[in-house]
Design a protein around this ligand. Structure first.
Ligand SMILES: Nc1nc2c(ncn2[C@@H]2O[C@H](COP(=O)(O)OP(=O)(O)OP(=O)(O)O)[C@@H](O)[C@H]2O)c(=O)[nH]1
Ligand SMILES: [Zn+2]
Length: 211
């Protein structure tokens, strides 16, 4: 079951799974090494299952992070600042849930505060908390926007994500340099075309940004 945060009704954790032991995880890596056509007992590969198990803890650390808690501390003394706040070009590394291949790109996050703002590093932390999981880009975009909207209760939230999917560039259709662009606009960003345009002007033209 997902852990539902009481404050916001947001699913903040992946489904709790029957967590394997480290030995089981390493055995699975040995199997994949054999599947690749190599010998897991040769010297160079002997420590690889342990390394991969450790790497998975890093690549998928988002399952152990709570984006709602990250947004808990806010600041009210902003002299009535009520214009758009934008953090652009937040580099992220995520993983395609279909092939386990990297999705690498940048996220742009904007919101219009009501009476309180959040530390800007927290916006980047929320991006990472969702990125460091197995993802579909559309879902990641919506999760980031919905979390900011439900926790901060701002007048609007905009999230644009660009991603190069390595499952498309290094295998399958083999199309390097293609970027997928997704967006979720909520509140004033969705309702007011001028607000949306101001945000899009601030983040600029996505073309070539990732290269
Ligand atoms: N919409 C969307 N599609 C994705 C994302 N990541 C990967 N995909 C696509 O998911 C699809 C999975 O298609 P399948 O036909 O089941 O898998 P496949 O046979 O490996 O497909 P190919 O990649 O075309 O070789 C592929 O078209 C991927 O390009 C994503 O974040 N969003
Ligand atoms: Zn993929």
């Amino acid at each position: 079951m997902n852990k539902i945060h009481p404050q916001a009704g947001i699913a903040t954790e992946a489904r709790s799974v029957d967590h394997p032991t480290r030995e089981e995880a390493e055995a699975a890596v040995r199997t994949l090494l054999r599947w690749a056509g190599d010998d897991p007992d040769r010297e160079g590969l002997r420590d690889t299952p342990a390394r991969v198990a450790r790497a998975y803890r890093d690549w998928f650390r988002g399952y152990r992070e709570d984006p709602v808690e990250m947004l808990a501390r806010t600041f009210e003394e902003v002299e009535g600042y009520d214009e758009m706040v934008v953090l652009r070009d937040i580099r992220y590394e995520s993983y395609c849930e279909h092939h386990l291949a990297p999705i690498i790109g940048v996220a742009h996050v904007g919101y219009i505060p009501t009476d309180r703002v959040v530390g800007i590093s927290k916006l980047a932390r929320v991006v990472d908390a969702f990125a460091k999981r197995l993802q579909v880009q559309e879902k990641m975009t919506a999760q980031i926007a919905n979390t900011l909207s439900e926790v901060l209760r701002p007048r609007g939230v905009a999230v644009v994500i660009e991603g190069e999917h390595h499952c498309m560039s290094t295998r399958g259709v083999h199309k390097p340099g293609v970027s997928m662009v997704t967006s979720t606009m909520l509140g004033e960003f969705r309702d007011d075309p001028r607000t949306r345009k101001e945000f899009m002007d601030i983040i600029g033209n996505p073309t070539n940004r990732m290269r």
